[in-house]
Design a protein around this ligand. Structure first.
Ligand code: GLA
Length: 397
């Protein structure tokens, strides 16, 4: 919706006038490579999308926070003095979790009405949740504390960390920092090469020379709350504990090199744990190689690394499934597709493929119909454009 329509809709839900309304946006992300490495202190390479969550926000005079989403039309009302009682809401968890964590971190959060328009497809593995969290965080901080706002910079890395804590404590998913960081810190036409151990990062220009990143959505909804994500994380910790006996300085699996792994893999006697560790160790190296490849304009090598990443997520980390694998297999059969892999946590969600521009229509038609034949429902496709991270925008009524 344009701003005029958003404001009209906001006033329809909450009444009053538009004088103090402000608008904030935060994007979803695509991860180019580096999956399930973030919570292992490793490297990731995500980019913010131009698909965003928009929040229309207006301060209130009391201590209530009211939330509504344009597509759900369920109003959630909460008391800012007593946020912990709202855990487990079907919708509103992310926002109230962020409010709670902001307060715990010492931010002044004031009563407000917030309307959400989500353009990041929910449950698609494109970080719709991080988009909601970051948009909420910057709206609440901007409205709540006079020292922040239009002119002063909000500490966006801190917003990402606070949003991650909301996800851990409210939603129960022990996610890494990648999604929130990308949503907070993204930059148009750049990917973020992020070291998740200390959050140092580099913005790498993405120039794809006649190719595009095509997102293919399995339209299989996934929920990470089901526990498979946390289970993977625990398996990595188990593997690390074993390897620490021979590499005591390893604080994360990221500190285990490929040659360390080959030297000590016999110690990982549980085959599942060994496979998980192998994925993380080699995936980290693939991120480093991909960043180099893209800097040198070597799209063919980057495409090969994407393929290796998917195969490892399929065979070693075991987070793909028939829907993601079908999209990837069908994509790879086509000329002009340099690489294809799942992106995000897995278990459904999206793939990202590097496709020659002249082949995009054929890609969508051919992969789309093969997917429908095999899986029984449609996939959806988006050409991904890389956009900016979370921000306030001028209200243009
Ligand atoms: C989800 C999590 C991230 C990351 C990815 C897998 O998106 O939120 O922190 O672990 O899965 O790479």
């Amino acid at each position: 919706m344009n701003h005029g329509a958003l404001i009209k809709s906001f006033l329809g839900y909450f009444g009053g006038n538009s004088e103090t309304i402000r608008i904030f946006k935060s994007p979803g992300r695509v991860n180019l490579i580096g999956e399930h490495t973030d919570y292992n202190g490793g490297f990731v390479f995500p980019a913010a999308l131009t698909l965003v969550t928009t929040v229309v926000a207006r301060p209130r005079q009391d201590n209530k926070i009211r939330l509504i989403a344009t597509d759900l039309e369920v109003m959630v009302e909460a008391d800012l003095n007593n946020l912990s009682v709202y855990k487990g809401l079907r919708w509103g968890n992310y926002q109230l979790g962020v409010a709670d964590e902001l307060i715990k971190a010492g931010y002044k959060v004031k009563g407000c009405d917030l309307m959400f328009e989500d353009k990041v497809p929910l449950g698609s593995g494109l970080s719709s949740s991080a988009a909601i969290e970051l948009a909420t965080a910057i709206a609440l901080v901007s409205l709540g504390d006079g020292s922040y706002g239009r002119t002063k910079q909000i500490d966006m890395i801190e917003m990402a960390l606070i949003s991650q804590r909301a996800e851990h404590n409210y939603v129960g998913v022990k996610c890494g920092i990648m999604d929130q960081f990308a949503s907070a810190m993204g930059k148009k036409n750049h990917a973020i090469f992020l070291d998740c151990r200390d959050l140092s990062y580099e913005l790498v220009p993405i120039e794809l020379e006649g190719h595009s990143l095509v997102l293919s959505n399995t339209n299989k909804k996934r929920s990470l709350g089901e526990g498979k994500y946390n289970e993977r994380r625990a398996q990595c910790e188990e593997g690390l504990d074993i390897l620490k006996k021979v590499i005591p300085e390893a604080a994360y699996l990221r500190d285990v090199s490929c040659s360390d792994f080959e030297k000590y893999k016999h110690l990982l006697t549980d085959d599942v744990i060994k496979k998980r560790v192998e994925h993380v160790v080699y995936e980290n190296q693939r991120v480093l190689d991909s960043v180099e490849a893209l800097k040198e304009g070597d799209l063919v090598l980057f495409g090969e690394l994407m393929n290796q990443s998917h195969d490892s997520l399929k065979n070693l980390y075991e987070v793909t499934g028939i829907e993601l694998d079908t999209l990837v297999e069908e994509a790879r059969k086509l000329k002009g597709v340099l690489g294809s892999r799942m992106t995000g946590a897995g278990f459904g969600g999206c793939t990202v493929s590097l496709v020659e521009n002249s082949m995009i229509d054929e890609f969508i038609n051919t992969v789309g119909s093969a997917y429908k034949d095999k899986i029984g429902h449609d996939a959806s496709f988006y050409i991904s454009e890389i956009g900016d991270g979370g921000r306030e925008v001028e209200v243009r009524a």
